[in-house]
Design a protein around this ligand. Structure first.
Ligand SMILES: *Cc1c(COP(=O)(O)O)cnc(C)c1O
Length: 363
């Protein structure tokens, strides 16, 4: 093991004695079951962030009374590193947005925030050290998972006084099979993901815990994901699993507004920016299930797709709502979802000009 200090930021680096990379078969990568050689770790104690380090990926002891475990004081992020198909340059995609969203999630859950520069430096240092783990395939990436949680052992319901901040790196393949006909959604009319005033806009594990039961039921029923509806009436559309949702009604693209109950996706923001750039009409407004069903019957529903870092842009084929199937017509090869997917992945893999300044090279 070698011990030295990184130049750009005070990060102690403890390298693995032997890389596990040779054990990895890139052709058999799934989503999230293999992790790279190193882990970023930084603790918060006595009111301040302590030494940052990159250490061999390993299990870390946790106090059995850790507040993050008992009361869910935990937040996370999700972003990817892409290897350029033509130039081999490793790029991050809008990581500043993840840094800012992590700060907003932290504020909602009384967790000390990570300054944007520290977040970016930590990501850079981890990906740079484990750069050989960034896959070369255009259908694969190195997924980065920052997580922050209250580590103090105490049973009182109050914010923790100590925190763990880790960043994990996992080589992953695409989330949904792109050759397939599109995903099917079950509009959930019993359970809800988030209510007004709750934590829906924060990326926190508690929101995911609430989705496990209904998502499991949907998968067992043959669907790919849940379409979440509003908490009052189960009538207005919110988002689809870990994706924001878009519909193409006539010539207009519509998506629910950032009302506080949905997650403000980075991909969502990119989709809206590209739609504006391409001169297409779009609206951020409430959309009811009745409106989608009526639009479908009148032939106005031409496309539906989800958007998120894990799945990029995923076309929706069918939505079941209260026992009725709403079929989305196959938009064919010149669909907007395909155009968005090609543009986003083109920028991410360094094939399309990055005119919005979205990518950051890993050095
Ligand atoms: C992370 C997430 C998204 C997508 O956000 P991106 O920044 O585009 O990856 C959408 N919905 C939920 C619930 C999420 O957790």
């Amino acid at each position: 093991m070698s011990h030295h200090r990184a130049e750009r930021m005070n990060i102690r680096i403890e390298e693995v004695a032997e890389s596990r990379l040779s054990e990895l078969d890139f052709s058999k990568i799934e989503f999230g079951n293999v992790f790279s050689d190193h882990l970023f770790r930084r603790n918060w104690e006595e009111g301040a962030w302590q030494e940052a380090s990159l250490i061999p990926y390993q299990s870390i002891p946790v106090n059995p009374a850790a507040l993050g475990l008992h009361y869910g004081q935990a937040v996370f992020e999700g972003l990817k590193a892409y290897r350029g198909t033509q130039d081999g340059i490793i790029r991050l995609f809008r990581p500043d947005r993840n840094a800012e969203r992590l700060q907003r999630s932290c504020e909602r859950l009384c967790i000390p925030t990570v300054p944007t520069d520290d977040f970016l430096n930590a990501i850079q240092a981890l990906v740079s050290l484990d750069r050989d783990w960034v896959p070369a395939s255009r259908l694969q990436t190195l997924y980065l998972r920052p997580i922050l949680f209250g580590s103090e052992g105490h049973l009182a319901v109050r914010p923790s006084r100590t925190y763990e901040f880790w960043i994990l790196a996992a080589p992953v393949s695409e989330y949904f099979d792109r050759a397939g006909p599109g995903i099917s959604l079950k509009a959930e009319d019993r359970f809800t993901r988030a209510a007004p005033g709750g934590m829906g806009a924060a990326k926190t594990g508690g929101n995911y815990a609430a989705t496990l039961r209904p998502t499991g039921d949907s998968l067992a029923g043959g669907f790919n994901q849940v379409l979440w509806l509003d908490a009052h009436e189960h009538h207005f559309i919110e988002e689809a699993g870990q994706m924001n949702i878009f519909f193409r009604l006539g010539d207009t693209v519509v998506t629910p507004p950032l009302s506080g109950t949905i997650l403000p996706g980075v991909t969502r923001d990119c989709v809206l920016t590209l739609i504006d750039e391409w001169g297409l009409a779009r609206e951020e407004r409430r959309i009811s299930m009745d409106e989608i069903r009526d639009a479908s019957q009148r032939g106005l529903l031409s496309e539906a797709f989800g958007a998120g870092t894990a799945a990029v842009v995923a076309p929706v084929q069918c939505i079941q709502y209260r026992g009725t199937n709403i079929e989305v017509p196959d938009p064919g090869s010149d669909s907007l979802s395909k155009r968005l997917y090609d543009e986003l992945t083109g920028i991410q893999y360094g094939e399309v000009s990055d005119r919005h300044g979205w990518t950051v090279d890993v050095t």
